[in-house]
Design a protein around this ligand. Sequence first.
Ligand code: NDP
Length: 460
Amino acid sequence: MAKYDYDLFVIGAGSGGVRAARLAAISGAKVLVAEEHRVGGTCVIRGCVPKKFMVYASEFAHHFETAKGYGWTVEGASFDWPAFIAEKDKEIARLSGIYVRNLQNAGAELVHGRARLVDAHTVEVEGRGSVTADKILIATGGRPWRPSELPGCELAITSEEAFHLPQLPKSIVIAGGGYIALEFAGIFAGLGVDTTLVHRGPNVLRGFDDDVRAHIAEEMERRGIKVLLGTQHTALEKTDTGILNRFTNVHHCESDVVMFALGRVPYTAGLGLENAGVKLADNGAVVVDAYSKTSVDNIWAVGDVTDRINLTPVAIREGQAFAETEFYGRPTTFDHEMVALAVFAQPPIGSVGLSEADARRQYGKVDVYLARFRPMKYAFMHGEEKCLVKLVVDAASQKIVGCHVVGPDAPEIIQMAAIAMKMGVTKAQWDSTCAVHPTLAEELVTLREKYVPQGLGQAA
Ligand code: NDP
């Protein structure tokens, strides 16, 4: 007679939870997964996947502009928001179905309902009652954060609702300067919405390389997005025609929709983690060790709920490492170094390794290589749009410690750069790679002149 009902109970059927559950079940473990919403989690249901479809939809406006330069006449193009949303939802439902089938094919059981820990081995599941498990994995992800103290806060949407707006607004104000703010600003502006981005900091994308930050802000403005920096909302007020946005230091404005993209918080509220003694950080994240184990010996956590690197592929690798360690007898940790990042802004950003500023802090002396140029595809557009490539090299070892690209296909390019950098590539080895011509990526392997920012001289 087994001591527990299940070998593994997974709370949350997102990317990390599903990967761990499948691998555990394939190893022969008895696995139950609880999900309170739809299977697929943030990535599939209300994040990466629907967002990328929206990016694709919105990029056509720019493609049409480019096409004109090549002799095309693009008259009468129009966009049907409800038709797009219906197609997008169909595809999301299909993908969610695949996740369900993958779990079933692996032999894991799925229960729809909210789960709450009663103690370290007992979980109460809505509609199922009390279940016991040897091991428990928390994979509940994150939720958008809202500034509840802001007057009129409830008038704003977050990215969750942006995927289901009944109609395309004429105007939108997006608060925030992170991934979601930039990506949705690009989406709405591309779809013809009068778009304003409001950010409290001196520039967007804190933590990214400063040249990238300055470049993307400039390019977003070139594409018609109003970027208000050093500014915050002081209130939102409903009017007869929309929402009045009041700001700290610029004139108020009205918009049809206001969207908060002010960060996400780990989704641990109401999970009963305190009943099992699971330690949380101040922001509610589950504290874990390198093996994703919590402060309780039989409970683990992976993905955004741990607030390490909040990206789908990272959650998947954390879930996989957990399963390999616990169900295949192969102690495995995921290395959080040199994880490539992509921001699907317009133009998009790809980045891996350190910003120039962080590299200077870490290594002291660094060599910088940088180029700004007009992408070949836009040669006939007579516009000013530029892309940026930048390498940061540790001067002593000559290893490339940062690679940053802003421009068409930057996320595709950065994946390949990450492989070489993870292997510790030096600038000389990188340069020995023959260019692929004519491409944007070739600019990365033909950077020869060290870049000295204006006013810094050789001491930099
Ligand atoms: P981010 O953490 O990226 O950005 C949050 C933004 O909100 C920052 O600009 C921050 O400013 C600002 N902010 C935070 N608190 C306040 C406040 N009280 N008042 C005003 N501004 C505030 O969060 P996102 O919501 O954009 O995305 C969440 C996470 O999801 C990302 O960090 C990323 O890990 C992941 N993600 C990844 C994507 C991808 O891989 N392409 C796409 C979307 C999300 P400041 O910088 O000054 O702190």
